[in-house]
Design a protein around this ligand. Structure first.
Ligand code: UD1
Ligand code: CA
Length: 458
């Protein structure tokens, strides 16, 4: 196969986002916007990929540190798309083959479309092929001007177009493939003699035509794909389309989404067959969910690994936690990072956990805080139990052995341990270690003053 390189333009700030953050780093469906076209370029077979950076270069570069196939080219001043590509070519010296050129702000572009374009380009022996689309409202885009025989002759930008050219509905997507020899040989031939005083990459079309080279335009069937995100309205629209693609894949893989429209699953989430996701759920951060799970409405999950047959009840929040099989959580529970629940654990309503390991079959069914604790198997944590893990300066651990029964309203003042098979009576404040097989009881003896109320109330 002929070699393929990609150039992805991402030096511009994205002024219309009205953001302190560069446009291409705004997240869409769980990934920074730029990651989507990069992935499409990679899936189409590009190596290397040259990322043209300028604004917030360090932040953009930092996102891809460690990706062996990505190289960055610095464009200090944004003098136009033609200039941006010239900067990339400095990094690509010596490369021979086909060069794909993409923009960093087209997250909906699919690798299948790039592959189609590449095949079309190569089959026709073109020097340059541009991906185009017919738009009802082409305002703002460069227009594809064709001659009387229908051949592409040039692209004219909105600001340079005369009234007749402004009527053209075929627009430039900003996505091209080019023969490297043509590109290297002609990039310096672009001038900035136009309404914006910029070096327009699009001038390469007219140059190719003038030189009698094959220059083609391939209209896409799906206009969504080439949508460039310029503002936050388009950002939301792109997110909606990406999510619907992600949701569709999950459904085709055997996951039931009760209402896909209100189900927000990020890129990179895996869900087993016969799991059901109810409306309003947000699932991200590389979460893995097993088979046969039920995730009730308005649950938020990120960075979790959830075993088969788990039941996550309504409005629970799960972060960076690990759940074995057949675990029940919620409703309205909060698993904070470092929670590890073995199989058949039950966490009930208004329970918060953090850095807690719970053994098989253990339960904390109501109104409890468990932090920095190691809890054995078949432990019952009564309603209202609190691990007092923080002394204002340091965090301390609570260790509870197997088969322990902690009654309701118990405070465990850490560092403290409760030996296996012990019982801590309701209302106890545990301040010293409890040996195994014992009863721990700390209650102020109750006094009943008979007739007391009668004396108060005449
Ligand atoms: C460009 C095309 C236009 C096309 C449209 C599609 C040109 C001259 N015009 O216009 O025909 O219809 O895209 O969306 O190419 N960038 C740089 N450095 C620069 C300038 C731009 O890296 O000096 C990057 C931007 O960050 C962006 C991309 O190139 O990712 C496109 O630039 P933008 O200014 O948005 O071009 P448009 O005016 O939209
Ligand atoms: Ca644009």
């Amino acid at each position: 196969m002929e070699s393929l390189a990609s150039i992805v333009l991402a030096a511009g700030k994205g002024t219309r986002m009205k953001s302190g953050l560069i446009k291409v780093l705004h997240p869409v469906a769980g990934l920074p916007m730029i990651a989507w076209p990069l992935a499409a370029a990679r899936e189409a077979g590009s190596d290397p990929i040259i990322l043209v950076i300028g604004h917030q270069a360090n932040a953009v570069q930092g996102t891809f540190r460690g990706a062996a196939d990505i190289r960055c080219a610095m464009q200090e001043e944004q003098l136009g798309t033609g200039h941006a590509v010239a900067c990339a070519l400095d990094v690509l010296t010596g490369f021979r083959g086909t060069v794909l050129i993409l923009c960093g702000d087209t997250p909906l572009l699919r690798s299948e479309t790039l592959k189609e374009m590449l095949t079309f380009h190569r089959d026709n022996g073109a020097a340059l092929t541009v991906l185009t689309s017919l738009m009802d409202d082409p305002y703002g885009y460069g227009r594809v001007v064709r001659d009387a025989s229908g051949q592409v002759s040039r692209i004219v930008e909105q600001k340079d177009a005369d009234p007749e050219e402004q009527q053209i509905r075929e627009i430039n997507s900003g996505i091209y493939c080019m023969d490297s020899e043509f590109l290297f040989g002609n990039i310096k031939g672009i001038s900035n003699d136009n309404a914006q005083g910029e070096y327009y990459l699009t001038d390469l079309l007219a140059i190719a035509v003038r030189k009698g080279l094959t220059c083609l335009a391939l209209p896409t069937s799906d206009a969504d794909e080439i949508m460039g995100v310029n503002d936050r309205v388009q950002l939301a629209e792109a997110g909606r389309i990406l999510r619907s693609r992600i949701n569709r894949d999950h459904m085709l893989n055997g996951v039931t989404l009760i209402d896909p429209e209100t189900t927000y699953i990020d890129h990179g989430v895996s869900i087993g067959a016969d799991s059901t996701i109810h409306p309003g759920c947000q699932i991200g951060g590389g979460t893995i969910i097993g088979e046969g799970c039920e995730i009730e409405q308005n649950v938020s999950i990120s960075g979790c690994r959830i075993g088969d047959d788990c039941h996550i009840k309504a409005a629970s929040v799960l972060e960076d936690s690990e759940l074995g099989e057949d675990v029940a959580v919620g409703p309205m529970a909060h698993l904070r990072p470092g929670t590890v629940l073995a199989k058949k654990v039950k966490i009930g309503n208004f329970v918060e956990t953090k850095k807690v390991v719970m053994g098989e079959g253990s339960k904390a069914s109501h109104l409890t805080y468990l932090g920095d604790a190691e809890i054995g198997r078949n432990v019952n944590i009564g309603c209202g139990t609190i691990t007092c893990n923080y002394d204002g300066v340091n965090k301390h651990r609570t260790i509870i052995g197997d088969d322990v029964f902690i009654g309701s309203d118990v405070q465990l003042v850490a560092p403290v341990s409760v030996g296996r098979n012990s019982l801590v009576a309701a209302g106890t404040t545990v301040t010293t270690d409890v040996p195994p097989d014992s009863l721990a009881l700390s209650r102020t003896p109750q006094i009943n003053k008979e007739g007391w109320r009668l004396k108060k109330k005449p």
